[in-house]
Design a protein around this ligand. Structure first.
Ligand SMILES: CSC[C@@H](O)[C@@H](O)C(=O)COP(=O)(O)O
Length: 374
């Protein structure tokens, strides 16, 4: 996507030095656009854990490039199965909830295992990481193509009046290589000249909505308003939301959706007010093994300092400010699970479907065997 007229992705292989992968350090946005180099697996794990990069598809792409970095840094240049497996295991442990990480890293190790020789393995790793990155971008483009129909329909019903969409966290291009998941239909609607406006949940504690979604939408020219996390229910009660679209970090094939903490409450409010609640995701975010999201999806518990301190810009400098009493306990559950019964449907790269095992397997019949062996 374009940043100040320049095409940009949140991750790329350096064109000057193919031994380095570059990422946008999203911790600094929207106030500073900082690019961080990743030179090895330790750098990659640090970038994922500390959230230089975040969002399920981007975490997956970063994990894939991490495996490439493992290959080029193999001791003595020997890209053995044992080395690749050890580094892959470390990468997969860096964040637990987004399933794309394990999916991408496993795809990398399978591709490398099928190739003989150190040089060919490095080349295969580079090709596969680039393919995963490009495929995720294309998947998000398709999500936009399919999802825009929902917005078009509302716009028609409202006779061209503004369509108000609420989203939570950042499921934009920063989270996904290009277009985003939740934002892809919104960008497509905007590009087609539909009058759209986005209510952007601030998304405490790290404010991915206020910092990242607002930045992205603003750069593209999409009308948006940042709201307090708890405002959504009120707006829905007063007819100010036509549609909710969120992303997801892991969705069971049966339709339960893990996403940033607070998503569940938005889904409850949407149901109470008869507002459609859609979730946009590429197939890499489906978990084909789990069938009970609330019971089975691992929920990351992060550093409580993310709740204690808020980051912002004061007099031109990024500062952290303490909010609660220094002695108060804080606990930071990063995701929650919205049960399938609260989800209107999914927007995927293959089209729209109901949030149920039948709906999902109808679009991805080749996964039926994996899913039904549970
Ligand atoms: C498209 S990625 C998933 C997103 O929908 C997003 O809402 C989200 O929860 C990301 O969490 P994060 O903790 O910022 O990695």
């Amino acid at each position: 996507m374009k940043v100040d007229g320049k095409e940009m992705r949140p991750i790329w292989l350096s064109s000057d030095n193919p031994l380095e992968v570059h990422v946008i350090d999203q911790r600094m946005l929207p106030h500073e656009l900082v690019i961080a180099p990743l030179k090895d697996v330790d750098d990659t794990i640090h970038a994922i854990r500390e959230m230089f990069v975040r969002g399920a598809p981007l975490i997956g792409a970063t994990g894939a490039w991490g495996v490439y970095l493992a290959c080029i840094n193999a001791p003595g240049g020997q890209v053995t199965d044992a080395w690749v497996e050890t580094e892959a295991k470390r990468l997969k442990a860096s964040r637990p909830t987004a399933v794309n990480l394990a999916w991408a890293v496993d795809r990398m190790t399978a591709r490398i295992a099928a190739v003989d020789g150190d040089g060919p393995r490095v080349r295969a790793a580079r090709e596969e990481a680039a393919a995963i990155t490009d495929e995720e971008a294309e998947n998000c483009r398709l999500i936009g193509e399919f999802g825009v129909a929902l917005i078009e329909e509302i716009s028609r019903k409202k006779k061209g009046e503004t369509v108000n969409i609420l989203t939570h966290c950042n499921a934009g291009w920063l989270a996904c290589v290009e277009y985003g998941t939740a934002t892809a239909p919104i960008y497509e609607a905007y590009n087609r000249g539909i009058d759209v406006h986005v209510w952007v949940d601030e998304t405490r504690p790290l404010n991915q909505g206020a910092r990242l979604t607002a930045w992205e939408l603003g750069k593209h020219g999409v009308k948006h308003t940042v709201i307090a996390d708890n405002a959504g229910g009120h707006l829905m009660q007063h007819g100010m939301v036509d549609l909710v679209i969120t992303g997801t970090d892991r969705t069971t094939w049966t339709g339960d959706v893990a996403n940033k903490i607070g998503t569940y409450l938005k889904a409850l409010a949407a149901q109470d007010n008869n507002i459609p609640f859609w979730v946009a995701l590429p197939s890499s975010t489906f978990d084909w093994e789990m069938d009970d999201g609330v019971r089975e999806i691992p929920i990351e518990v992060r550093n409580p300092d993310e709740i204690r301190y808020i980051q912002g810009k004061v007099d031109g400098k990024l500062v952290q400010v303490l909010v609660p009493p220094a002695g108060s306990a804080c606990e930071n559950h990063a995701f929650d699970v919205t049960p399938a019964r609260l989800v209107t449907g999914f927007i995927t790269e293959r089209g729209l479907c109901e949030a149920s095992g039948d709906g999902v397997l109808g679009l991805f019949p080749e996964k039926g065997k994996e899913a039904s062996c549970r």
